[in-house]
Design a protein around this ligand. Structure first.
Ligand code: NAD
Length: 385
């Protein structure tokens, strides 16, 4: 019997993405897999059930999906009733955030469910680039952040000369030049803005400049390149010298998009309340790093748009990729299909723990949590487990 792969309907509030799109089905069926799709799974991304049927999938009820699937593909981690429906021997693959929710991983392990998380893919491994959902979704986010900024800003982005007068181009500053920041630079440039960008990893200067942004070089030179291509947290001294210089740059901007993250830490504050007070009325900040943990702007409120007394609007969107659901799903589908295919041998799931991607992404298997970082989080403080 061919292995059955189920595509779940997402249930998180505001989530409009779906884990597979019809165009991605061909390669999976060619690998000997049968695809089941929960009715309505693509609705948020404007993909009707019929499109999945036409591409060779079987559309099924929620109960049938959970009962019949050997592997369930999803975008976000399963919630309460979905967790209860998963059964021993079944696998679930998605952006499961195992480090943020180790308790769920323990529950899946206890239930005998194999959990595979796309956010644990080793990002510097070139062979895994096609599976890198963090990058594909950050890319969507960087693009959409600029569109939101342009939509919120009360003036033009490009230089415009017309019979009715001339519009000055907007000055846009991108803070954090990772995947999202690079896409934000490209998008803001395409809209005609004058773009500057800043990061604590010096190698990003050339990347920003190649996309047409001016790299902001502070007098105090900081190299905070950390492990795996990420940044490390700044020391208190580095932070204060960075802040003083950044405040001056910030005061001259019309639009700021912030994307700075440090793995496993709260996002660094790069735009303080004081810096916002120094900005002109009508300026816009889009804080892509904002979450319940805080953001890159001291005044951001996750999921909300606030306007300060001095007329600066601060937007802190919660799930930007879900606001471009069809494209985000198309790229995500490629990522998850590639990961799944790498784990299928002779039409069934075959986990080879000698293989780097499998070792990194399989979080629970055989009734236990197998991921070392998650095991560490679950170990009682001071214990050796
Ligand atoms: P991220 O989301 O962790 O952070 C975004 C950016 O914020 C980073 O560029 C980081 O340097 C910057 N940042 C952190 N603290 C800062 C501060 N105090 N001030 C200013 N900027 C700050 O990063 P990401 O987009 O996930 O990318 C992380 C790295 O992974 C990058 O080096 C990227 O090129 C790399 N990457 C590599 C591959 C690959 O080789 N296959 C694929 C994807 C990403």
């Amino acid at each position: 019997m061919p292995m059955k792969v189920g595509v779940a309907r997402e249930s998180a509030a505001g989530e409009r993405r779906v884990a597979l799109v019809p165009e991605a089905l061909g390669k999976l069926t060619a690998a000997g897999l049968e695809i089941l799709v929960e009715a309505g799974a693509g609705a948020g991304a404007a993909i009707p059930d019929q499109a999945f049927t036409d591409a060779g999938a079987k559309v099924v009820s929620t109960d049938e999906l959970y009962a019949a699937s050997d592997v369930i593909l999803r975008v976000q981690k399963p919630v309460g009733p979905e967790v209860a429906k998963l059964r021993s021997g079944q696998a679930v693959i998605g952006l499961l955030s195992p480090l943020l929710d180790p308790t769920l991983m323990q529950a899946l392990a206890t239930a005998g469910v194999t959990a595979v998380s796309l956010d644990a893919i080793p990002r510097t491994l070139s062979r895994a680039q096609t599976m890198d959902a963090l990058s594909s979704q950050a890319n969507v986010g960087g693009y959409k952040a600029v569109l939101i900024a342009a939509n919120t800003y009360g003036r033009y982005f490009p230089l415009l000369t017309t019979a009715a007068g001339t519009a000055k181009p907007a000055n846009v500053l991108i803070l954090g030049i990772g995947v999202a920041g690079l896409q934000a630079i490209g998008t803001a440039r395409r809209l005609g803005a004058v773009v500057a960008a800043y990061d604590v990893r010096p190698e990003t200067a050339e990347q920003a400049e190649s996309l047409g942004a001016k790299f902001v070089k502070l007098k105090t030179s900081i190299d905070a390149t950390g492990a795996g291509g990420y940044a490390r947290e700044l020391t208190a001294e580095e932070r204060s010298s960075q802040q003083a210089e950044l405040d001056e740059v910030i005061a001259n901007q019309d639009v700021i998009i912030t994307t700075a993250q440090v793995p496993g830490r709260k996002p660094p504050v790069l735009v303080t309340a004081d810096a916002v007070r120094g900005m002109r009325s009508g300026s816009v900040i889009v804080d892509m790093a904002a979450s319940a943990l805080g953001g890159n702007c001291e005044l951001s409120k996750s999921g909300q748009t606030v306007t300060t007394d001095n007329g600066v609007t601060i937007v802190a969107p919660e799930n930007l990729p879900a606001s471009l659901p069809t494209s985000a799903s198309q790229f995500y589908a490629k990522n998850i299909s590639e990961l799944l295919k790498s784990m299928v041998k002779d039409g069934s799931l075959h986990l080879d723990f000698e293989e780097e991607v499998t070792r990194a992404t399989v979080i629970t298997h055989g009734g236990a949590v197998v991921s070392e970082p998650v095991k560490k989080l679950l170990a009682p403080a001071g214990g050796n487990a």
